[in-house]
Design a protein around this ligand. Structure first.
Ligand code: NAD
Ligand code: IPM
Ligand code: MN
Length: 364
């Protein structure tokens, strides 16, 4: 298999975690004789500093010509006072829009070994396995008009969706639910917002195409609570952009750490793969970052952009095995450290790599 991957590592812990994730893919390539090529391109704060823009043309051109794009994270405290349209995050939104993927799949899976790491009781999180489908190209993030009129002391953003935008993301969510536990929860704020009323009505219409899937609707405020109280009750959850942003960070509590969450954005010209977490300026450059979210993200590249299910599953099994053997990054330790070995970002990457190699040799 040949795969051309553009790596936009970005800022903060982005380069640290993508470095380990790329090394895992290189191991998969070496074991199977695959030809994976990696082109490193700038995005975010590092691109603002070096190129004067958060998304240089060279990066965008390469991304559009790639089989998959792996993004680390963007953002840094030094850019926080900038106009939103010039910030590192604007580069991320621009590459998302250009690549066209509108369905951002964010699985939140509670690895058994990490249930003690969740602040929730183990009996509540054990077995939780939710697949969030976050609409990624609409809503408040992209709706116009948007502005901050400083003279007037007024600012506004627009939550806007077209019916077609809801239909296409709903179809993806239903299809995914068909292949899983056949339950879809659609999350909105239809008791207040017209956009959400359209969202709910449209998702209900699409449901007729998927008679095997049970659809339920939830309001986003109570959903935030249900996810914590009874995470096992949810299978696929589809929601609009901002609600999905917030609920998926919340779902990190189920998995034990934000550093565990991968994502894949599908449906456009080129799929975009990014861990859910950000640039984590508080721990950047210290070797403390958990690379497992990024490593699970490259498993999604193999699954969704290469049809390499065996290898994708091998990476996921390797992560599970490393956790079973007691290896942890510092974010994965809460309370009792007995029996655990705390590793740096690089050491954790190496452990997974070595384990993936062993698993691939065993099944060859
Ligand atoms: P964050 O996700 O960067 O960090 C939140 C907390 O989780 C921090 O305490 C951090 O140390 C911890 N954390 C995150 N990832 C971790 C990992 N892999 N291992 C261990 N701990 C981890 O969110 P934030 O602090 O709200 O935002 C920081 C910057 O990141 C902001 O500029 C924000 O815009 C940006 N951001 C970027 C992306 C992205 O590029 N995809 C996503 C979210 C936030
Ligand atoms: C995420 C991030 C981004 C988002 C930011 C950095 C633009 O929080 O990927 O979850 O809000 O989509
Ligand atoms: Mn987010």
């Amino acid at each position: 298999m040949k795969l051309k991957i553009v790596v936009t590592a970005g800022d903060g812990i982005g380069p640290e975690v993508t470095g380990e994730a790329v090394a895992v893919l290189q191991e998969v390539a070496a074991q199977g004789g695959h030809e994976f090529t990696f082109a490193e391109k700038r995005i975010g704060g590092v691109a603002i500093v070096q190129d004067g823009t958060p998304l240089p043309k060279d990066t965008l051109d390469a991304a559009l010509a790639a089989d998959a794009v792996l993004l680390g994270a963007v953002g840094g405290n030094e850019f926080n006072s900038m106009d939103p349209s010039k910030r590192p995050e604007a580069g991320l939104l621009a590459i998302r829009a250009a690549l066209g993927g509108f369905a951002n799949l964010r699985p939140a899976f509670a690895f058994k070994e990490l249930t003690v790491n969740s602040p929730l009781k183990a009996e509540i999180v054990e077995g939780a396995d939710i697949l969030f489908v976050r609409e990624l190209l609409g809503g408040l993030y992209f709706g116009k008009p948007r502005a901050w009129d400083k003279a007037k002391g007024e600012a506004w953003n627009t939550m806007r969706y077209t019916r077609d935008e809801v239909v296409r993301v709903a179809r993806i969510a239903f299809k995914l639910a068909e292949k899983r536990r056949k339950k879809l929860t659609s999350v909105d704020k239809s008791n207040v917002l017209e956009v959400s009323q359209m969202w709910r009505a449209t998702v209900s219409e699409v449901a007729a195409e998927f008679p095997e899937v049970t659809l339920e609707h939830q309001l986003v405020d109570s959903m935030a609570m249900h996810i914590m109280n009874r995470p096992r009750d949810f299978d696929v959850v589809v929601t609009e952009n901002l609600f999905g942003d917030v609920l998926t960070d919340e779902s990190a509590v189920i998995t034990g750490s934000l550093g565990m969450l991968p994502s894949a954005t599908i449906g456009g010209k080129v799929n975009l793969y990014e861990p859910v977490h950000g640039s984590a300026p508080d721990i950047a450059g210290k070797g403390l970052a958990n690379p497992l979210g990024a490593i699970l993200t490259v498993a999604l590249i193999l699954r969704h952009s290469a049809g390499m299910e065996t290898e994708a599953a091998a990476i996921e099994s390797a992560v599970r095995k490393v956790l079973e053997e007691g290896f942890r990054t510092p974010d994965l330790v809460r309370g009792n450290k007995q029996g655990l070995t705390v590793l740096s970002t690089k050491e954790m990457g190496a452990k997974v790599r070595e384990t993936v190699k062993g698993l691939l040799i065993a099944i060859a």
